[in-house]
Design a protein around this ligand. Structure first.
Ligand SMILES: *[C@@H]1O[C@H](CO)[C@@H](O)[C@H](O)[C@H]1NC(C)=O
Ligand SMILES: *[C@@H]1O[C@H](CO)[C@@H](O)[C@H](O)[C@H]1NC(C)=O
Ligand SMILES: *[C@@H]1O[C@H](CO)[C@@H](O)[C@H](O)[C@H]1NC(C)=O
Length: 226
């Protein structure tokens, strides 16, 4: 990753909200087969004292050290939260945020939703749909996420083609691809060390963007708000 010193960058507004997790969703995986409504239990449960819930955007960029902490959990926190969030309506909007804000990682979060959006003035309920006319500005910002897109939006194909340099329906090529590049063969059909990361021009823009929001966050508020 570009920033090995930055432990976590979260696409998130990290606010503590317990009403989001008190409702219990009954076995969502089973119940949801063929349905699109959540079945919410009438009982609510108490919010535990040992940790606080934080919510934010479900789109996150996590570094390896933080992910290892979530998986290997050298404390009980990541596992306890995982179990607690099993029956919550939108666990992706809370899990990583809550782990980060309740652990020693809390000082390494940046409160920014990292998204490119275009709003009306005054803002309506939803931002504009993005199209190819927004390409230059969107790519120029270095922002890693954006919305909203219509299905099969050509702008997404343009990003795949010009930023990510993907072949049609293929993974994003990188230094890990060791096959020879020929018109008939995908260089990524052979690969070696997947841990090699060599930032391309867009990753450099992303680095500049991250440095800027980190600079701004130093003078601003603490990320894990309660
Ligand atoms: C986080 O920052 C607070 C306030 O700046 C400080 O008191 C605390 O020791 C820091 N915690 C860690 C784990 O660095
Ligand atoms: C692209 O979106 C803008 C609104 O942000 C709209 O004014 C424009 O007409 C759209 N262009 C195309 C080609 O759809
Ligand atoms: C800090 O938070 C307060 C209240 O949420 C807000 O009014 C203020 O603009 C924030 N400051 C910065 C620098 O983000």
């Amino acid at each position: 990753m570009v920033h090995s010193a930055l432990l976590l960058v979260s696409a998130a507004y990290l606010f503590c909200r317990s009403q989001r997790v008190q409702p219990i969703i009954v076995d969502a995986g089973v119940y949801l087969a063929g349905r699109n409504q959540f079945f919410q239990a009438t009982e609510k449960r108490d919010t535990p004292d040992s940790f606080k819930f934080f919510t934010g955007s479900p789109w996150v960029i996590l570094n390896r050290r933080f992910v290892e902490y979530c998986i290997f959990g050298w404390e009980n926190l990541p596992r306890t939260l995982l179990m607690y969030l099993t029956n919550v309506m939108l666990p992706l909007e809370g899990y990583f945020h809550s782990v980060a804000c309740n652990s020693d990682f809390r000082n390494f979060t940046v409160n920014n939703d990292l998204r490119y959006m275009i709003w009306d003035n005054p803002p309506q309920m939803e931002p504009h749909f993005l199209n190819v006319t927004h390409y230059d500005e969107l790519v120029g910002t270095g922002v890693p996420f954006a919305r909203k897109f219509k299905e099969n939006e050509p702008l997404l194909d343009k990003i795949d083609d010009q930023v990510l340099r993907r072949w049609h329906q293929r993974p994003v090529p990188g230094a890990w691809c060791t096959g020879r590049r020929r018109w008939f063969s995908d260089p990524c059909s052979q690969w070696s060390n997947v841990n090699i990361v060599r930032p391309g021009p867009q990753a450099e823009k992303f680095r500049t963007y991250i440095n800027q929001i980190m600079e701004e966050s130093k003078s601003g508020n603490n990320s894990c708000k309660q």
